[in-house]
Write a protein that binds this ligand. Sequence first.
Ligand code: SAH
Ligand code: MG
Length: 201
Amino acid sequence: MENLRYPNLETYRRTLFSPEDDHLKGIMPAAVEKGVPKISVSAESGKILEIGALAGYSGTWLARSLPADGTFLTLEYEPRHAEIARANYAKAGIQAQAEVRVGKALDLLPGVAGDAPFDLCFIDADKGNYPHYLDYALKYVRKGGLIVADNADAHGNGHKVLDDGNDARGIQVYNERVSADPRLVSVIVPYGGWLAVSLVV
Ligand code: SAH
Ligand code: MG
């Protein structure tokens, strides 16, 4: 038998690089009990304009990484998700820094111009609109900032032929654009559903 320092590799990585406190640990189990789908990022992704709040899990990671005078703005279509996210930001003590705007992101984004520039835009809402969200992110994120998109593996379908009606097709288009756009240097961080991480240069 080998001697183990941690139960497995995953626990080793998480313990060092993304330890969850009790609040973060509890967000998704409590939200799932209320019927919210279990589609938050994994613990590594979160650390600021967000598109798609769900229960506030990724937002709690992101907003906690901010300095005291930093701000976090998230756009969420489902009023119920927005309400749960707000409650979770309050529990995390970041309610003063975290604002949730409710509506379709594409309707809200033109009004976000006044809040720009952002250091980071995290894209994680409806997948078909990822290319449109990228257009806004390119306008709103400063040089040296990051544009990050979750689920860049297109739910395991990135390598397949997808027709334009398929939501995952939006992610393929997104990846093709960020990998080739001369304004960006992009890598895939292959945690869970993959993060596409683009530095604005
Ligand atoms: N970022 C979250 C998970 C987001 S799941 C986390 O990792 O913790 C995707 C969210 O996007 C859902 O809450 C869904 O209601 C929201 N959404 C779907 N379509 C949207 C749209 N058009 N505009 C804004 N939000 C949308
Ligand atoms: Mg996601």
